[in-house]
Design a protein around this ligand. Structure first.
Ligand code: 13P
Ligand code: ZN
Ligand code: NA
Length: 282
């Protein structure tokens, strides 16, 4: 069934594992993520970024998530990832998304708090949980390693941010970046532990594609309850399609090549669920 991320993340926190959150782009990826969760007996989160939402619309993605969730016996949530405006957050709320991220991390501390507070106030009556971000998770072009003045999350600020916004979960910047990495990312685990000491809500790790498994496990041991994977799923799907088309360049039935992409995503998501330790938790 389709549920919110509220109880899912609190249960993960209590059980010392993390729920995998997987970015989906099309129907096959929705099908694959839910199939992997079902076969792993794991709660699961699917999520769409603003650029994905632009591609097909919130209504399309929610309809696909609902169809998949209704067939599933494990809890499934549909989350707005990196919501970049109050308006988009409200559109997701009205459409029926069961979890919303408002990302004010590019604003000043005070503006981030004000924006996040508006969203938590608006979502509270319907019980839809809100994720926010403090500090900056790098983008594809950013090279966080060795850079000076890295805007990692400050533990004291995180405490104040959570108190003043009433958010349900917090994405932290501890050295991960979206996309793949040039080298091996070095995560600031001590910082994560320091945040955990001061903040009691579930913490979220963004940019997990390309992060070594052991670093993901260590993050979870230190308080991460939701781990976001996007790039590796895109690669898995595309690799499957490319492989099929390379072997049969005259293929023209989308079912044929999408099926291979879908199977690749199922396998990858099962691995990530096992990495998060959420298998068997549903
Ligand atoms: P990756 O693309 O590095 O997996 O990041 C995913 C993410 O943080 C989505 O919000
Ligand atoms: Zn992210
Ligand atoms: Na990454």
């Amino acid at each position: 069934p389709l549920v919110t991320t509220k109880e899912m993340l609190l249960r993960a926190q209590a059980g010392h594992y993390a729920v995998g959150a997987f970015n989906v782009e099309n129907m096959e990826m929705v099908m694959a993520v839910v199939q992997a969760a079902e076969e792993s007996r794991a709660p699961v989160i699917m999520q769409t970024t603003p650029s994905t939402v632009k591609y097909a619309g919130l209504d399309y993605y929610l309809a696909m998530a609902k169809a998949a969730a209704e067939r599933a016996t494990v809890p499934v949530a549909m989350h707005l990832d990196h919501g970049d405006s109050f308006e988009l957050a409200m559109q997701a709320l009205r459409t029926g998304y069961t979890s919303i991220m408002i990302d004010g991390s590019h604003d000043s501390f005070e503006d981030n708090i004000a924006l996040t507070r508006r969203v938590t106030d608006a979502c509270a009556p319907s019980g839809v949980p809100v994720e926010a971000e403090l500090g900056k998770v790098g983008g594809k072009e950013d090279d966080l390693e060795g850079g000076d003045g890295n805007p990692f999350t400050d533990p004291q600020q995180a405490k104040e941010f959570v108190e003043r916004t009433g958010v349900d979960s917090l994405a932290v910047a501890i050295g991960t970046a979206h996309g793949l990495y040039k080298g091996v990312p070095k995560l600031d685990f001590d910082r994560l532990s320091a945040i955990r000491e001061l903040v009691s809500i579930p913490l979220v790790l963004h940019g997990a594609s390309g992060v070594p498994d052991e670093a993901v496990r260590e993050s979870i041991r230190r308080g991460i309850c939701k781990v976001n994977f996007a790039t590796e799923l895109r690669i898995a799907f595309s690799d499957g399609v490319k492989k099929y088309l390379a072997e049969d360049p005259d293929a023209f039935d989308p079912k044929k090549y999408c099926k291979v992409g879908r199977a690749n995503v199922v396998a990858l998501v099962k691995e990530k669920i096992a990495l998060c330790g959420s298998n068997g938790q549903a």
